[in-house]
Design a protein around this ligand. Structure first.
Ligand code: COA
Length: 325
């Protein structure tokens, strides 16, 4: 068995920002409500002609450079997204072409906001078994393309962005343990109802706004706290550690109140919870990807630190990874 670790990291955020004040002009909301209920101040929005693969390719190039590799060294690309460029081909294949990773196999995974965590765990297995050496893992989303900008309940929460890492043989930034879970009975709590084989696009699905993201926020909130704590604790225990041994938790950025409740239940100070939700909102699979890259570039992690990536999302899905820096 090989040892898998993180060889390089990168992220890419579109430049355009939508602030809470901007949203006050389009839906009945206020900066005060959004800030106190969610912790979000602004979110990034990609241009109309930009797709998830464009954002993902930019993040990927930075991660490959950070790993001191070339695109041709990548032998597998796993892209986590719920906003693929199209139903198929896979966004990973489109990115493969864009970055010239001609020696790589490529596929997507859909685990919503847990996607980047699930993709890292998947990459780790391929590296551990010796099947692939340099696996490019990308979390990329253009959530602005599935957000209903007339729905104040959801449109204030989400943003666009991408993060990436290269997983390969390494004793540094080593993946110590992981946990993944799912509860399909909660799938209806967070979904885009139409556009698949159940409800293909028709005039009426468009008229009924069924191609936009729907969410039962209160229910998701309650479950989120419980399953993030459970996933983190399970992964930490598998690594033979306790919550006090963790220097930094990098959680999925859905709501600052969820993050504070998670810190309390884990029994860790809030300073140990990495947060960038204020700047970007919830970017689904890209959230933990961008947060990991930023935590590293902002020197929030020192050599020898134990770090936990933890996420939950539509599916429902949940998972955590422990990495020793
Ligand atoms: N601006 C102003 N008021 C708003 C609003 C907005 N953008 N959105 C909702 N409200 C109103 C509601 O209509 C409601 O009004 P009412 O009391 O008159 O009916 C009131 O605010 C409270 O609504 P509620 O749903 O109880 O708010 P909340 O405190 O639960 O916050 C969420 C709503 C969505 C922010 C919160 O439930 C949440 O973050 N849930 C988890 C979402 C999540 O994590 N999703 C992603 C999973 S990966």
């Amino acid at each position: 068995m090989q040892e898998a670790g993180i060889l390089g990291l990168g992220c890419y955020l579109p430049l355009k920002k939508i602030t809470n004040a901007d949203l006050e002009k389009t839906v009945e909301t206020s900066d005060e409500w959004i800030t106190t209920r969610t912790g979000i101040k602004e979110r990034r929005i990609a241009d109309k002609d930009v797709a998830a693969s464009d954002l993902g390719a930019e993040a990927a190039k930075i991660a490959i450079k950070d790993a001191a590799l070339n695109s041709e060294d990548i032998d597998l690309i796993i892209t986590a997204t719920i906003t693929p460029d199209m139903a198929f081909p896979a966004t990973a294949c489109i990115i493969q072409d864009k970055i010239g990773a001609k020696n790589a196999a490529a596929f997507d995974i859909n685990a919503a906001c847990s996607g980047f965590v699930f993709a890292i765990v998947t990459a780790q297995q391929f590296v551990n078994m010796g099947l692939y050496s340099n696996v490019l893992v990308i979390g990329t989303e253009k959530l602005s393309s599935i957000v209903d900008w007339k729905d104040r309940y959801t449109c204030v929460l989400f943003g666009d962005g991408a993060g990436a890492c290269v997983v390969g043989r390494s004793k540094d930034r080593k993946i110590l343990s992981s946990f993944m879970g799912a509860d399909g009975s909660g799938g209806h709590l967070l979904s885009v109802p139409a556009g698949g084989s159940r409800l293909p696009a028709t005039e009426s699905t468009v008229k009924d706004r069924l191609h936009f993201l729907k969410m039962e926020g209160n229910e998701v909130f309650k479950i989120a706290v419980r399953i993030m704590v459970d996933a983190a604790n399970k992964a930490i225990k598998k690594a033979g550690l306790g919550p006090d041994d963790i220097s930094l938790f990098i959680p999925h950025q859905a709501n600052i109140r969820i993050l504070m409740a998670v810190a309390k239940r884990l029994g860790v100070p809030k300073e140990k919870i990495f947060m960038n939700i204020e700047k970007y909102g919830n970017m689904s699979a890209a959230s933990t990807a961008v947060a990991l890259a930023e935590a590293s570039s902002e020197n929030r992690i020192k050599k020898g630190d134990n770090v936990v990536l933890v996420a939950f999302g539509g599916g429902l899905t949940y998972g955590a990874v422990v990495i020793k820096w």
